[in-house]
Design a protein around this ligand. Structure first.
Ligand SMILES: *Cc1c(COP(=O)(O)O)cnc(C)c1O
Length: 468
């Protein structure tokens, strides 16, 4: 059967619209004998019945394994080239107290970029020395709290911050380790990277000005310069952009060695994951191997020691471990024009009980996702659908295009995979919808990581509410 006229070119009609592509779904996801989706042995229907929908479900073993794999791979590959690596989990992807502990248990450090994220990591009992703080506009109080807590590293993002961090270090009688974020002119997004002399964005110090700022850092006795930092973007599928950024940073790195130690080089995060079956992500151990080769090659070319390399993955650790469960509420066939041919085709809108409040990525940057009926399997023909949310915006789309069994109906449970990163952390209260709960599943059991927000939670903050 030919493709639906409204299907995007990358999406082909599947042989089986029940199949769970192993590159997209968490490792603990499968269909049980009855055909229902289960994650780590817990049936989707049981999760929905106990915790309600929409519900974020995190496959704990998958998340912990990915964290450990990336740390072990970088340890092994950088040992191979005579150096070492430090892996920071980028907390902004998804952070809760328990998830912070999973990351620390797996031997990772944690990156935070606000006082709130710092508070979560500290509440998890993290040794502050294992935390890093970045951000282009840290408040004075955020800097003070971080330095006072004994944070391991602060990524300085502008000239003005040098004196701010030095003053906080002075107040707390500490020597604060710092990195300097560089705007390398390399920007990567998905399958392409752009390399310019000067990139138009808010983060970091231009490469050309960096030596001067490092000299300023070194002039402060209570700042210790750890090295340069670069983060070139997110959801990157190739290592070319990292290689180009590393090459650019390395010339500066070598120049800085003339005036003092530069023990580390931080290449940021941004490793891509598969959101749909057509995305092909690099395996974590392959990323580590390429990074070690890139950095060791650059060091050898310039005759300097291989620095300790720090990386900051978020999405690639927690993204594939998360799945969102929704319940289908309404279904509508909408006749729409196809191009300007005068022809029409029917698009089936399947609306679920969440949307841009729990996953804003499709509305924010056109991100694609996939979906499956979770509560059952079906032998019905695949039908092209668009999964929409319940919010008052026509751009409130969860999955732009997907083939689901044509008998999808109200009351069906729907699962959207690869929602572990940047979904809960970007969730919001649009239309006074409480943010969804997050549960972890492992070995056939589930427990709450973050409870669902209630209407009471939302009303409690409204000063107009009458007190009894
Ligand atoms: C967002 C961010 C990361 C993590 O990016 P992922 O795409 O989740 O790996 C790492 N470092 C910095 C500085 C960031 O801003």
């Amino acid at each position: 059967m030919s493709a639906h006229p409204l299907a995007p070119s990358w999406l082909s009609r599947p042989d089986d619209a029940n199949a769970l592509a192993p590159t997209v779904w968490s490792t603990g996801s499968s269909r049980s004998a009855s055909g229902e989706l289960q994650i780590a042995g817990v049936p989707a229907s049981a999760l929905a019945a106990e915790y309600g929908t929409p519900l974020y479900v995190v496959d704990e073993t998958d998340a912990r394994t990915r964290a450990r794999t990336i740390r072990e791979s970088f340890d092994r590959e950088f040992a191979r080239v005579g150096s070492a690596a430090k892996v920071y989990y980028a907390g902004k992807a998804f952070l809760s107290i328990e998830v912070a502990r999973w990351m620390l248990d797996a031997g990772l450090n944690i990156d935070v970029c606000t006082g709130g994220e710092l508070a979560v990591a500290l509440a998890a009992g993290a040794d502050p020395a294992r935390l890093g703080l970045h951000g282009n506009n840290k408040s004075l109080s955020e800097i003070d709290r971080a330095v006072g807590a004994g944070i391991g590293a602060i990524v300085i993002d502008s000239v003005i911050e040098v004196a701010r961090v030095a003053a906080a270090a002075e107040r707390h009688g500490r020597v604060q380790r710092v990195r300097l974020r560089i705007n390398s002119g390399v920007h990567a997004s998905t399958h392409e990277y752009l390399a310019t002399a000067r990139e138009d964005q808010k983060f970091g110090i231009p490469l050309a000005d960096a030596a001067e700022v490092v000299a300023l850092i070194r002039s402060h006795a209570n700042l210790e310069f750890l090295g340069l930092h670069s983060h070139i973007g997110s959801q990157i599928f190739e290592s070319d952009g990292f290689a180009e950024a590393a090459r650019r940073l390395f010339d500066l790195h070598v120049a800085l060695l003339a005036d003092g130690p530069v023990p580390e080089l931080n290449l940021g995060g941004g490793f891509g994951i598969a959101y749909t079956s057509v995305d092909v992500a690099l395996p974590l151990d392959e990323i580590a191997r390429r990074f070690a080769d890139i950095v060791a090659g650059a060091a050898a070319e310039r005759g300097v020691p291989v620095p300790v390399v720090a990386i900051e993955p978020g999405r690639s650790i927690i993204g594939p471990a998360g799945t969102t469960l929704y319940e289908v509420g309404t279904i509508k066939d909408v006749e729409v024009s196809v191009g300007d041919t005068g022809e029409t085709a029917v698009r089936r809108y399947v609306s679920v009980d969440g949307g841009m409040s729990d996953n804003i990525r499709p509305a924010l940057y056109g991100a694609d996702y996939s979906a499956r009926i979770a509560g059952r399997r079906s032998d019905a023909e695949p039908a092209l659908v668009r999964v929409a949310g319940k919010h008052c915006e026509s751009g409130d789309i969860v999955v732009r295009a997907e083939y689901l069994p044509a008998d999808v109906h109200p009351g069906d449970l729907l699962a959207v995979p690869a929602t572990g990163a940047y979904c809960w952390s970007l969730s919001n209260n649009y239309n006074y919808v409480g943010r969804a709960a997050v549960v972890a599943v492992r070995d056939g059991a589930a427990h709450v990581l973050i409870r669902r927000e209630t209407e009471d939670d939302l009303l409690r903050r409204d000063a107009g509410q009458e007190t009894p």
